[in-house]
Design a protein around this ligand. Sequence first.
Ligand SMILES: Nc1ncnc2c1ncn2[C@@H]1O[C@H](COP(=O)(O)OP(=O)(O)OP(=O)(O)O)[C@@H](O)[C@H]1O
Ligand SMILES: [Mg+2]
Length: 344
Amino acid sequence: MVTDKVMGIFSNDMSIDLGTANTIVIAKGKGIIINEPSVVAVKTNKYGKQSILAVGKEAKDMVGKTPGSIEAIRPMREGVIANFDITEKMIRYFIEKAHRRKAFIRPRIIICVPHGLTQVERKAVRESAISAGAREVFLIEEPMAAAIGAGLPVKEAQGNLVVDIGGGTTEIGVVSLGGLVLSKSIRVAGDKLDAAIVDYVKKKYNLLIGERTGEEIKIEIGTAVTLEEEIKMVVKGRDRVSGLLNTIELSSEDVRESIKEPLKEIADSLRDILAIMPPDLAGDIVENGIVLTGGGALIRGLDKYLSNIVKLPVYVADEPLLAVAKGTGKALEEIDLLQQISYE
Ligand SMILES: Nc1ncnc2c1ncn2[C@@H]1O[C@H](COP(=O)(O)OP(=O)(O)OP(=O)(O)O)[C@@H](O)[C@H]1O
Ligand SMILES: [Mg+2]
């Protein structure tokens, strides 16, 4: 349709990867325009009225460092919306920031949401986008977006297996002929690894550290396998016994030990999916291997670790942190793909 084409050119159609850790916005024809943590800093005044102080990176930098009246909130946790109101405000903020109020035509917005959202939560996401000015909202599921973004041939009659390890959830999906044939979502991903590190450091070294520090440790020296040369990091915190500030040296072996359990849960889920795989698809997976996406795919040696357990080749996608966003963005450019994979 001519009008649709014209609209396509002039509207600011966009896609949003609404992740529990990071939100990435792509504008049609422009690529990534926003890539920020899904964090909102809220100030409560003496009458109990809340106002938004910061969103994104600026807000994340406040986590664990706010005075009483300010709270840095991650409104989405474990793949679900923990705080409706703040999630809506965050979506609205990102949409408005992407627009910069230039557009006079209301955009179409594609939003990739965690797989496990309830009907009510999906409605909330859709409505916040509409109230922020969207003309039409399409929702797509994370494993599908991850597979597209990782460059897998999702429309073909062959099975491809993708494991997206985000902040809140690990989503495992088998994709074939443009649909999700099998999928599984568990609430074990980056955040659980951070928490496991915090817990380990507390128990083994009597040192109290916050979740931001847990994440920093994971990124800097986290590993799923034995390294040829173990790496170390200096960690600061508060001694649980004396209450004084203290410094310890933590090794990659420590971190591997601390994240053993959550990693095993991820591997077990992958095994569960492989166990119920229809034989014809199983043959495809043996041939194609398994692709890892999401920030969790960046943990050192995770590909090797999983490959040893399931005895299949495992690859890390290019730019795994961007895979879901790129997949969602591709649906912006290909309307037939969007129609095939989006849902109400
Ligand atoms: N180099 C790294 N090594 C290990 N983990 C990393 C690295 N970089 C980022 N991460 C982790 O990746 C996670 C964020 O990944 P991602 O942006 O894919 O999640 P998300 O899409 O927001 O979450 P979800 O998909 O669960 O809603 C965080 O837990 C972060 O700590
Ligand atoms: Mg994600």
